[in-house]
Structures are given as structure tokens and as C-alpha cells.
Design a protein around this ligand. Sequence first.
Ligand code: RB5
Length: 143
Amino acid sequence: MTKIYLGSDHGGYNFKQTVCEFLEEKKYEVEDLGCDSADSCDYPKFGKLVADKVVADQGSLGIVICGSGIGISIAANRVLGARAALANSVELAELGRQHNGANILALGARTQFMDDPLDIVEKFLNTEIDDSERHERRRAQLG
Ligand code: RB5
């Protein structure tokens, strides 16, 4: 089973706990890298923590959550090899995996979702990267 690394700031803390329980029920191996409460903290630390783990652990995936999903996705994307896709719909989660080879899903816990966020998580984890030449070529240009 795919290993999943989770991280959030305070804005994403409650939803991270929900995602963690959801994934454990589905028998994923989950490592929660914090934060550990809804007390105010800084999202860059947790975006980097998750991205470093995902890059070091081949085949693993990450989920990062903050209020908007933007700050923590920017933080994760600064780590070489990390590709964080911010998705508020099942369609974007799927495309982020298929076309962009995203290895981290970013969610904005305080924003509007077009679909049930747990469906977004599930789609991300269950979608394979599209290995057609045009997508491989474009991903290679991302570095
Ligand atoms: C925290 O207040 C908020 O700024 C943070 O969760 C996130 O939305 C940043 O991008």
C-alpha cells in the first residue's frame, strides 16, 4: 500500500485529522508530520517537511493542507522533485496526477470545494500518471 505523508498548518489541522482517519480506515500507511493542534503555526515548515519526505521515499505521496492550500503548496513546490497540485475538484486531482505527475495533493480547508474533499483525496491516490510521450516530455521540462 502506498505510504502517505500528511502535513498542515492550523488552518488545515482539523481537516488533516479527518483525512488521516479516512486513510487509516482504508489501510493506507500514514505518517502525520504535523502540525499537532489548531494553535497558530507557520505553513512553510509543514509544506517542506512533507515534500522532503515524499521526494526521499520513492513511490510515496503527500497531502498538504492549509487555509487556502496556496501557501503550503508553494512551500512544497520549492523542494526539488516535489510536484504539489492544489485541487478543489475531483477533476483537478485527476489531471494533476495524470498530466503533471503530482506527488503531493494540496487542499484549502477554508475554501469552497466543488466535490467532497475526501473524494478528491481518493481520486488523487487512485490515479496513475499518464505515461504518454507528450506528457512525459512536458513533465521532463518541469525539472
Ligand atoms: C493562515 O491564517 C493562512 O494564511 C494559511 O492557512 C494559508 O491560507 C496560507 O496560504
